[in-house]
Every structure is written in C-alpha cells, then in structure tokens.
Write a protein that binds this ligand. Structure first.
Ligand SMILES: Cc1ncc(COP(=O)(O)O)c(C=O)c1O
Length: 426
C-alpha cells in the first residue's frame, strides 16, 4: 500500500494497529498460500481430488490443526461463534437445558447457548479469571447438561476439577478455546480435554485469518453432527449434494479457500508465536515482580498458557482505577465487551424473538433472572484487574497498553519502568 494512503487510513481509524500476534506476523507464508489459491481462483472448500485447480487449503488446514492439537477430527468454520453453535448442536443441547458458563467471557459464549434455545447459567470466576469450579458445583441443577469453561485470555481453566465435576454429574464439557489457540493444560492441548472444543480465528486471536473458527473432537459422532450443522446437514467432506444422506438440519458456516489459505500459514506459526509471547511476558513479569502493590492473576498452567496478556491484580479498586487512568486504560470491569455487567442484550433478554423469549423457558418451571452485579466475586476481581498486552492488543479487552509481538527488549524495559514509576506515584 502506498505510504500516504496507509497513513490516511491509520489516522482515520480504518486501519488501527490492534490485533492478535498472528496478525502482526503476516508475511511471505500467508502470501504464498493465498497466491496458490488465486492462481486458479477456485475458492470453494470442496472439490475433486483430481482437479488441479482445487488446492485443498481448508481440508489441509483441518488436518494440520487436528494434528497440532493431537485430536482426531477438526471442522473449519466461519467464526468462533459458529464453532460454539456447532458444538452445542453436536451435543444436542437445546430447550430447557442449562449450560454453566462464566460471567467473564466474550458474549458469544453466552449468546450461542441462548441461540441454541438453552439456558446460560452464569458462574463466578476466581483469580485465574477463569470459571471457578467451586461455584460451578453450586449451580448444578437437574436441568444442567453441560459446562462451558472458557480459557480466558489464553489461561487454561482448572480442567482437572472441571472434568471431575462433569464426570460426577454426567455433564458434557464444551471448551471455549477462542482466546487460547495453542494453549495446553498439563500436557494436553485445550479443546481436547472436554467432549468438544471451539476456536476463533478473528483478528484479535493468537492465530488469525481475519475471521474463522474451528471445532475439534475425538468423537466421530460429534464430528459428524458438528460438520453437518456447519454445512446444511452434509456428511464430512462431501463430493456433491448428497440428497438422501443428510442427517441433521444445519446452516452454512463453511470456511472458504482464501480463509483456509491464511489459516494454514498461521497454524504453522502457532508454536513460534507462543514462544515469542512467553519470552516477552517472562521478561516483563520478572522486571516488575517485586514492585510493591503489583500482583498477578493465577495462571493454571504456566508453561501451557498462551502468554498473550499479563493481567495485573491490585489490592483494591482505587489503586487499579488510578493505575488504569495513568496508562490510558481501564480496569477489566470497565473495559467493555467481555463482562456480563456490560452485556445489556443478555441482562435484558433482548433476543430476536423478544416477545416469545425462548430462554425464559417457563415451561420448565422457572424464570431465570439475570441482573448487573449478580456475580459479586467476579465483580470484585475484575475491578482490581488491569490487562497489559503482550501479544493481543485490544482495547475491547482493556489491553491497549503494553507490548506487541514485535516489541524489543528496550520496549519491554521501558514498559516495566513506566509501571514502576506509576506505582511510585499512586
Ligand atoms: C471467549 C470467546 N468466545 C467466543 C468468541 C467468538 O469468536 P468470533 O469472534 O470468531 O465469533 C470470542 C471472540 O472474541 C471469544 O473471545
């Protein structure tokens, strides 16, 4: 792009330099995969094996992401939200079923449950900023069908405890891994510990293709149903319109070859991205680890987390507010998108069928209520928490301050010095 044009777009906000680490590392690899596809212009995910025009980017991406995760099956889809919808459909979760989900997550974790006509039951987080297993246990009723742990900000949830509870109560576990591609918990990749896992490739994620997502599972039946749901009921990797062979009513959430091409180049960079993030986060954390008044959120697996963000936990709301103002940011509770208190659509039950609100489910004998500040523990943690970017630069997460994947050692040092000097002032 011509420099003046770039500057114009940057200044007018059309381009802003925010995104996940993968987006900062677009290069020759993405261009090569894309130009393979553009050589023939064949953009559909299906094609004939013998057709030289068909470059098999989506199918190859699915295979490589499954291999990378150590899992049997992967379906590439058009978004993380779509991936969650496929997971819920694959498990047959629907009217009257309750799904326990944390109050600190992106809205799609909750809305996908609502749009499956099931009931989201909001649970507290703990100081890992992921779902609190003790609170999950308290919220189980006879209607509970699943738990949806969200590996928030790249931190794997306490999966041992969650799986233990799920087993005890015969519940499904849907891992929302949208913010945690590449993360692992005790040696197992996220998304492979529960029954099924959902990932996002949107621009703020560890790896990205602009938009897109994946579903992974080891269970063939779940794979077939998720696949069918994403493609009008078709069986995996159809060769045409297979009338008479479709087992489920589905939608179109297919990924196209252009997205598949970028996703393929990015999945091959995942380990490099994680290693860059760990290196930078380790250095920054070390430089500020003995600054009085600065604490950190609990990380459930230090080696396995994505390290895309460093979350600071202060002793009280006042200190966190002052710190946030000094860095031109806000505490997580006020940073927008990801906190249930700021989701008026959920709290006010504004569904497309508002007058026949499907998730009130009176038929099941109970009107579930949502209201601001219904999760006091979550509120008290998030009002003391500030996100510092390591690789995900996202104002919507409260992470516009900090590093990016290309930050130098000098920049890491300067960021640490800024944190130290602010802490002296406040
Ligand atoms: C935790 C979580 N779940 C689901 C999603 C939805 O992903 P997408 O934006 O690709 O639909 C996101 C995206 O921000 C997310 O962070």
């Amino acid at each position: 792009m011509e420099l003046n044009r770039f500057i114009y777009l940057y200044l007018t906000g059309v381009i802003n330099m925010a995104g996940g680490p993968g987006s900062y590392l677009f290069g020759e690899e993405e261009r090569k995969e894309l130009s393979d596809v553009m050589e023939t212009g064949y953009l559909f995910r299906y094609g004939s094996e013998d057709d030289p025009n068909f470059k098999r980017k989506v199918v190859t991406f699915e295979k490589e992401f499954a291999q990378y995760s150590g899992v049997k099956y992967c379906v590439a889809v058009s978004s993380g939200t779509g991936a969650l919808m496929c997971c819920l459909a694959a498990l047959g979760i629907g009217p009257g079923d309750e799904v326990i989900v944390p109050g600190y997550t992106f809205i799609a974790s909750i809305s996908s449950i609502i749009l499956s006509k099931a009931i989201p039951v909001l649970a507290e987080i703990n100081e890992s900023l992921t779902i609190d297993p003790d609170d999950v246990r308290k919220r189980i009723t006879k209607r509970t069908r699943a738990i949806m742990p969200v590996h928030m900000l790249g931190n794997p949830c306490d999966m041992d405890r969650i799986m233990e509870i799920a087993k005890e109560h015969s519940l499904y576990v849907i891992e929302d891994c949208c913010q945690a591609a590449g993360a692992s918990y005790k040696g197992r990749k996220v998304g492979t510990i529960g029954d099924i896992g959902a990932f996002s490739l949107n621009i703020f994620k560890t790896i990205t293709a602009g938009d897109g997502g994946m579903v992974i599972t080891n269970d063939y039946d779940l794979y077939e149903r998720a696949f069918g749901f994403h493609d009008q009921g078709h069986k995996p990797n159809r060769t045409g319109v297979e009338v008479g062979n479709r087992s489920i009513v589905g939608m179109n959430m297919r990924m196209n070859e252009l997205t598949g091409a970028v996703a393929l180049a990015q999945v091959r960079k995942t380990d490099k991205i994680l290693s860059l993030m760990h290196g930078k986060k380790g250095k920054l954390k070390k430089l500020i680890s003995d600054v009085p008044g600065v604490g950190f959120r609990v990380i459930n697996d230090e080696k396995g987390e994505c390290a895309t963000l460093l979350t600071l936990l202060f002793k009280d709301k006042e200190t966190a507010d002052k710190f946030g103002a000094k860095i031109g940011s806000k505490t997580i509770s006020h940073s927008g998108w990801h906190v249930y208190n700021n989701m008026e659509q959920i709290l006010e039950k504004k569904t497309a069928t508002e007058y026949n609100c499907p998730y009130v489910c009176e038929a099941y004998g109970r009107n579930i209520e949502y209201h601001a500040h219904m999760l006091p523990r979550t509120d008290s943690i998030l009002e003391r928490a500030i996100n510092v970017s390591i690789g995900v630069v996202d104002k919507g997460l409260g992470a516009a301050f900090g590093l990016d994947v290309n930050s130098t050692d000098d920049e890491i040092y300067n960021t640490a010095e800024k944190i130290k000097s602010i802490m002296k002032e406040i």
